[in-house]
Design a protein around this ligand. Structure first.
Ligand code: UDP
Length: 236
């Protein structure tokens, strides 16, 4: 296939996907691998919005009873800004124009999220990196990916993970874990699969947005997904 299958995508990159094997929060080789592939698909005319997570640095729900949850979630949202700036720097260094838009204003660092502006940037071939998730505590960057995907009217959510697909249990702990090539939104919810939280899945289901879960560290995975190769798991 010579033409990309998808014209506009949201790519969700979890914080953990940027983490080094020895748990350094940002691994610049991994970031380079991801951004090189993004440059490649942008050059094919694919419009790309990126939602980046923050779990490599901070997860609000994890601190549980030690902190006020809302404060902890704001710290998580700030963590996504650190990752967004790292991705922006890497993309711009390779010559791609980007904008970071934050769901919580921090104008010295990035633009505030404005939907119409974000669409204009995409149309001009700029990669838009959406940071701070939805801007609200008690939500996740998965839900932010579903929300921005609906707002940007994308063809696909690319869920870049450090596992290569959706399984019925953790393949690292259970060698017999069953891998899904495709699965319905309802099956993900009914089986309690921890691929995306239920709020995010429901939003995608209601708005008919397909989700391709794939391993970001697999060779050329981003390019292969955009060109319509069915790698990983398709949720639809
Ligand atoms: N977060 C939040 N609201 C949002 C998005 C994120 O409160 O809309 C906080 C939450 O504490 C979360 C943290 O930011 O744990 C990091 O985001 P997430 O866990 O989604 O990152 P990922 O797992 O994708 O790295």
């Amino acid at each position: 296939m010579t033409e990309p299958k998808y014209k506009r995508v949201i790519m969700k990159i979890s914080g953990e996907a940027l983490c080094s094997p020895n748990n350094k929060p940002l691994d610049f080789d991994i970031i380079d691998n991801v951004t090189e592939q993004i440059i490649d698909i942008a050059a094919q005319g694919v419009e790309i919005g990126i939602i980046v997570g923050g779990g490599n640095i901070w997860r609000g729900a994890r601190v549980g009873k030690h902190m006020d949850r809302t404060t902890a979630d704001y710290m998580g949202m700030l963590a996504t800004v650190i990752n967004a700036l790292a991705l922006q720097d890497s993309l711009e260094e390779k010559g791609l124009q980007t904008r970071v838009q934050t769901a919580i204003e921090m104008r010295q660092i990035a633009e505030p999220y404005i939907r119409r502006k974000a669409v204009k940037h995409l149309e001009k071939g700029r990669v838009v990196i959406f940071a701070c998730g939805t801007g609200n505590p008690y939500f996740s960057t998965d839900t932010a990916a579903a929300l921005r995907a609906a707002e940007m009217e994308v063809d696909l959510i690319m869920l870049a993970k450090n596992v290569d697909a959706v399984y019925d249990s953790d393949p690292k702990e259970n060698p017999g874990a069953v891998r899904f090539d495709s699965i319905s939104y309802m099956d993900v919810i009914n089986r309690g699969l921890s691929v995306m939280d239920n709020t995010a899945i429901t939003l995608c289901m209601d708005n008919h947005i397909p989700i391709n879960v794939f391993g970001v560290n697999e060779k050329d995975s981003i390019r292969r997904v955009v060109f319509g190769e069915e790698i990983g798991t398709m949720i639809r």
